[in-house]
Ligand binder design. Structure first.
Ligand code: CP
Length: 304
């Protein structure tokens, strides 16, 4: 039985097969409409979510399966002190596969160790968000045609943003990658990431100004300042609007640059960018459904 805790749990070749399957699903949804008939997905969300939980549920429903779960720790027996290990043993009696989001780093891994069903990490604290990474990779591969030889700028909260950490890990396995980290000093990328890049001889730069680097980018990955991970409100208020991408700044960008964002956004992308054909963050959310359908099929070893 396989779980998904980290995007690196899949080899590059396995990811290619997963993305081929996701693109086939995109092109021929009716072929998959009954692939998971009789199967159940449990969504155990101890932290808020719109996209991840609902796209998992949409994915299972699109596959002809059913969903059950909770969207708030306080409506589960976690509120009475039940451990994640006990909860997953119970969920294993009710469902065939589980997507779990938890504020504590490593909680889905603890669950996987006691689980009788595949567990998918749907985001654990500031650590990893592998299915967002699968979504990001599928979006880039589908819209750029390849995942290698790209210059990617990651902008905003690079310290707490788990989607950023997962994505860099995953992209570091492809040839010819170059990273530009754009953040205020307080929200710099963690040292363990830059150490990993140096060990692999992958070029990166750390800068503060977004406009200066935009002309060099193939991909601009914007992120929200993660209010929920700050220890004090004052720091959050000072940093929350540090970057605001707007139509004027987009004039610095190449015509084929793509703007991605895992969403939700707050102020970091002005709504006047939404109509720019380079802004693909809503399309990205749609790819999230296809890739989660492909992931459910893969982990349940179902071949339609
Ligand atoms: N991208 C993402 O994880 O969104 P949600 O928090 O709404 O699931």
């Amino acid at each position: 039985m396989r779980h998904l805790m980290n995007p690196l749990d899949f080899t590059v070749e396995e990811l290619d097969r997963l993305f081929d399957l996701a693109n086939d699903i995109e092109n021929d949804m009716p072929k998959y409409a009954h692939a998971c008939a009789g199967k159940k997905l449990a969504t155990c969300f101890y932290e808020p979510s719109t996209r991840t939980r609902l796209s998992f549920e949409a994915a299972m429903l699109n596959l002809g399966g059913s969903v059950l779960g909770f969207s708030d720790a306080n409506s589960s027996s976690a509120a009475k002190g039940e451990s994640v290990s006990d909860t997953i043993r119970i969920i294993s009696c009710y469902a065939d596969i589980c997507a779990m989001r938890h504020p504590k780093e490593g909680a889905p891994m603890v669950a996987a160790e006691k689980s009788g069903i595949p567990v998918i990490n749907a985001g654990d604290g500031g650590h990893q968000h592998p299915t967002q990474t699968l979504t990001d990779l599928l979006t880039i591969r589908s819209l750029r045609g390849h995942l290698d030889h790209l210059t990617i700028g990651l902008c905003g909260d690079l310290k707490f943003g788990r989607t950023v950490h997962s994505l860099i890990n995953a992209l570091s396995r492809y040839e010819g990658m170059r990273f530009i980290f754009i953040s205020p000093d307080e929200l710099r990328i963690p040292d363990y990431i830059t150490e990993m890049l140096r060990a692999k001889d992958i070029p990166y730069e750390e800068v503060i100004r977004l406009e200066d680097k935009m002309p060099e980018l193939d991909i601009l990955y914007m992120t929200r300042v993660q209010k929920e991970r700050f220890f004090n409100e004052e720091d959050y208020i000072r940093l929350k609007d540090f970057y605001i991408l707007d139509r004027k700044k987009m004039q610095h960008a190449p015509q084929d640059m793509l703007v991605l964002h895992p969403l939700p956004r707050v102020n970091e992308i002005s709504t006047d960018v939404d109509d720019d054909p380079r802004a693909v963050y809503f399309k990205q959310a749609q790819y999230g459904v296809y890739v989660r359908m492909a992931l459910i099929l893969t982990l349940l070893q179902i071949q339609p």
